[in-house]
Design a protein around this ligand. Structure first.
Ligand code: SAH
Length: 217
């Protein structure tokens, strides 16, 4: 039995335990729960940490960044995918876990990451998994992706202190922006929906993300 097979086997029970926990915490969308059940989270992190892959916790992935907590990924995916969006922008690809959960539920994902080594690895992982409706960009998510706008949904997986204006401008009519906003350690997850000239805000809950940083590296 290969080590990978080994973790796959152990993970069956631990994955079900994770799904139950997400249900207990209010995740209702069966398609989102199915994605969390089926995406092999242990392949998105260092092997040394992979025994913890199905815990409901964020974990380090190097370069000072993290793989998001499954509950938060599920919550954001639920909030962003109501109404089966066609074009989705994601800021902060990181290891690509959120991208992998999201991509089969939508038409196409445009994902931006400022750290090239993370982006390259994420691109490889998703190709290996046969996920082919994702475009990758090495760039600064503060600017969005104007050439591909407007978007039916935008997910931001790092926290700015205020909502970036470019992202509001790149929302389609009835499009929604799901993002954490606030200073380090006390951020609120928001969903902002564009209705004509209005932007309607809903508060989803408190979260803890790495900061959205300007510029590329
Ligand atoms: N989505 C990931 C978690 C990403 S952590 C997951 O599924 O686990 C946040 C990521 O946002 C980091 O990789 C960080 O480098 C990236 N990031 C921070 N500021 C950014 C910016 N301005 N533009 C694009 N990516 C950014």
């Amino acid at each position: 039995m290969t080590p990978q097979h080994g973790i796959g086997m152990t993970s069956l029970r631990t994955r079900e335990r994770l799904i139950q926990r997400l249900k207990d915490q209010g995740i209702r969308d069966a398609r989102v729960l199915d994605r969390i059940r089926n995406v092999p989270r242990h392949l998105f992190m260092d092997e040394a940490l992979s025994t913890r892959a199905y815990e409901d916790t964020a974990l380090p992935i190097g370069l000072g960044q993290t793989i998001s907590q499954p509950y938060v990924v599920a919550r954001m995916t639920e909030a962003a995918t109501i109404g089966a969006p066609k074009r989705v922008l994601e800021i902060g690809t990181g290891c690509g876990y959120q991208t992998a959960v999201l991509a089969p539920l939508v038409g196409h994902v445009y994902t931006i990451e400022r750290l090239a080594p993370l982006l390259d690895k994420a691109r490889e992982r998703l190709a290996t998994m046969g996920i082919d409706n994702v475009s990758f960009r090495h760039g600064d998510g503060y600017a969005g992706w104007p050439e591909e706008a407007p978007f039916d949904a935008i997910i931001v997986t790092a926290a700015p202190e205020v909502i970036p204006k470019a992202l509001l401008e790149q929302l389609a009519e009835n499009g929604r922006l799901v993002l954490p906003v606030g200073p380090d350690g006390s951020q609120e997850l928001l969903r902002v929906t564009r209705r004509g000239k209005e932007y309607v805000r809903e508060r989803i809950g408190f979260v803890s993300f790495v900061p959205l940083v300007s510029g590329v590296a």
